[in-house]
Ligand binder design. Structure first.
Ligand SMILES: *[C@@H]1O[C@H](CO)[C@@H](O)[C@H](O)[C@H]1NC(C)=O
Length: 242
């Protein structure tokens, strides 16, 4: 097999990628495929913090996203730049189910006991009873974050091989509690800033509702980012041989 890969490489033909030896191969028709995948999740988890160079997966502590915006019509806009999420690699996969036939789908429940998200924010508009117009660093701790993700794969050909990419991604999110701090939310008056942040945190359910698209985006990047990298690099036959 090794010999064949070398030959294929030498003639510059389609990629011949083998999964790293620490991965357990899951067969497409294995009735216990979900268990096999769960075992692989456990194998990958401790490696995610520093990344998995063999699979071109970068480190995820932090997971970095350049920008996310929130818009509540004309009255409210928030922009978050340089978003860094810490703690994603400490996820717990509560459920991981795939179907391979007729379409590749996965359906999973994941939770994070604690996530911390740092960013540079810019908020303009009305939030709760507050009229805000501020910018600066933001810090947020989120506990008991649960997400349900589903997606369906679409087959396509790359270098003559069958690959899968994910379309129609869905994420439902719930967040237990938050503690946030928006530095300089009302400019240079420290006392006012502390007070304003206190009001924000006293209304955390409201705020969670407002911020949840941003958290959803970050968690989506985490899960689908890993899935897309793996499925782009390895063909369907490499990942799930018959
Ligand atoms: C978030 O948690 C970290 C570490 O536990 C702490 O240093 C930081 O002050 C917290 N941030 C907020 C906004 O509570």
């Amino acid at each position: 097999m090794k010999f064949l890969c070398v030959v294929v490489l030498l003639i510059g033909a389609a990629s011949c990628r083998k999964l790293p030896s620490f991965i357990e191969i899951c067969h497409r028709k294995d009735p216990q495929i979900n268990k096999c995948l769960q075992r692989n999740v456990e194998i990958l988890r401790p490696r995610l913090k520093n990344g998995i160079p063999e699979m071109q997966i970068p480190g995820f502590n932090p997971l970095v996203i350049s920008q996310a915006t929130l818009s509540g019509g004309v009255s409210f806009e928030a922009i978050f730049n340089n978003i860094r999420m810490y703690g994603a690699d400490d996820f717990i996969m509560d459920r991981f189910e795939v179907t391979t036939d007729p379409k590749f789908r996965f359906d999973l429940d994941i939770h994070f006991d604690k996530l911390r998200i740092l960013s540079d924010y810019k908020i303009n508009g009305r939030l709760l009873v507050l009229q805000l117009n501020g910018a600066g660093p933001a810090d947020g701790n989120y506990t008991n974050v649960k997400a349900h993700l589903t997606t369906e794969g679409e087959h396509y050909q790359k270098n003559g091989k069958d690959h899968v990419r994910f379309v129609d991604k869905k994420i439902d999110l719930s967040i237990g509690s938050t503690n946030l701090y928006f530095d300089h939310i009302l400019g240079d008056n420290d006392q006012l800033n502390v007070q304003t942040n206190r009001i924000i945190n006293e209304n955390s359910q409201e705020i969670i509702k407002e911020l949840s698209p941003v958290i959803t985006k970050v968690i989506g990047e985490f899960v689908f980012g890993i899935a897309n990298r793996i499925f782009e690099r390895y063909s369907y036959d490499d990942l799930f041989p018959l």
